[in-house]
Design a binder for this molecule. Structure first.
Ligand code: 610
Ligand code: MG
Length: 214
């Protein structure tokens, strides 16, 4: 019967990656997506930039918007200090189910809280539900038209502080023009971008780095 792409990604992990070895899980997904079928994981080129930002920020609290199959979740979780709190939000139950298994295969299920639900519903509940005051790092990789509304929502809910870092995927492709416009014209943010390429392709892409300065 029909096997979905997410199921094929999970099978590639279970077949080619070593349990408990996050790097082998990342490698298995990247090999599958570059050799067999494209999928919207952040990929290895942008993934290395993500790794360097996570290592530099060394965050005690992290929020990821849009888990998808858990590729970036595994990359981030594998670099966090033991005391860190990492929440990833995913509203599609099928993607959430695959992501849970990918995260578990990497042996990182204790480092991540995958919350099934919409960011707009959950962002206002995070403080009370998870005892988190502010986020040191937020990775935005969900629907691109939600980047701006969710960033404003995080501001309103007091989840961002001076020094918080927001990292946004896909500001060129598919693009998040309203988001880029907003953060570039706001005095609150110091922003710059990392030149890169769209995952598994040669297309120009940037990772958009935002530091909150006030
Ligand atoms: O469209 C892209 N990403 C959208 C990602 C969406 C993921 O975030 C979840 N989601 C959405 N709103 C949500 C709200 N709350 C929770 N999860 C949510 C969706 O269920 C999906 O798992 C994309 C597209 C390309 N591309 O080349 O076309 C490349 C990329 O790197 C991309 O990230
Ligand atoms: Mg993306």
């Amino acid at each position: 019967q029909f096997v979905s792409l997410r199921q094929r990604i999970l099978s590639a992990v279970q077949k080619n990656a070593t349990r408990g070895d996050p790097r082998s899980v990342i490698r298995a997904i990247d090999q599958f997506c570059s050799q067999k079928e494209w999928a919207m994981n952040v990929g290895n080129e942008k993934g290395c930039i993500l790794d360097s930002v996570v290592s530099e920020v060394n965050p005690a609290t992290v929020l990821e918007l849009g888990t998808y199959c858990g590729y970036s979740t595994v990359r981030i979780a594998s670099l966090l200090p033991p005391y860190a709190k990492f929440i990833t939000l995913e509203f599609n139950p099928d993607f959430a189910a695959v992501a849970r298994q990918v995260i578990a295969w990497a042996g990182l299920e204790d480092k991540v809280q995958l919350v099934e639900g919409a960011s707009s519903d959950w962002i206002p509940k995070i403080k009370e539900q998870f005892g988190i005051k502010t986020f040191d790092l937020v990775f935005l990789d969900h629907w691109k038209e939600h980047y701006l509304s969710d960033t404003k929502l995080m501001e309103e809910c007091g989840l961002l502080r001076k020094g918080s870092v927001l990292l946004a995927d896909n500001v060129i492709c598919p693009g998040a023009p309203d988001y880029v416009e907003y953060v570039r014209s706001s005095p609150r943010y110091k922003s710059h971008y990392f030149r890169s390429h769209l995952e598994y392709t040669k297309a120009e892409e940037n990772l958009w780095y935002l530091g909150i300065i006030e």
